[in-house]
Design a protein. Structure first.
Length: 162
């Protein structure tokens, strides 16, 4: 299978890319009360493979002025323990920080089980903003021992804020 992020034919990838570009353009125009982030990078440590993601954050909408953040990532197929297909993960988090550093905690759901984490998982985030638009982040998913497997899934990405 190899480390491929999309297993579609080229014309379908073009259609998907155009749809996503238009959708993101519309969100960037309409989403004035919230921040929209795009990120890309790699799953690291176990089963290295590309990942793409999108997050939306509602600033100071959570308890004690924390941020609510909701997002998803597409994680390419990979092999560590065994061959794993593409995964789609949806996550919801509370995020807070100090100056350019942010941390988050929340829950995640993977569309298919893998040898890394259960479908229902916990999510941890550490993010460093090196400008008003760009950031680097480490995102960790783990079942925290509540089920097996519990190897965890780690994503290291660079992101852009609209």
């Amino acid at each position: 299978m190899g480390n491929k992020l999309f297993n579609n034919k080229k014309p379908m990838l073009i259609v998907i890319g155009v749809f996503v570009a238009i959708f993101l353009g519309l969100l960037a125009v309409k989403a004035r009360a919230s921040d929209l982030y795009l990120d890309g990078g790699s799953a690291i440590v176990r089963g290295e493979t590309p990942t793409l993601g999108m997050n939306i954050a509602w600033k100071e909408a959570g308890p004690v002025n924390t941020d609510y953040e909701f997002g998803f990532n597409l994680i390419g197929e990979s092999e560590h323990y065994k061959q794993n297909s593409n995964q789609f993960v949806v996550h919801a988090m509370l995020v807070d920080g100090y100056k350019n550093f942010e941390m988050g905690i929340g829950f995640a759901y993977f569309n298919v089980p893998s040898e890394y984490v259960c479908q229902e998982s916990f999510s941890l985030l550490a993010r460093w903003r090196f400008s008003s638009r760009f950031h680097v982040q480490a995102h960790h998913f783990s079942s925290a021992g509540s089920c097996t497997p519990n190897a965890g899934r780690d994503l290291l990405t660079i992101g852009y804020r609209f």
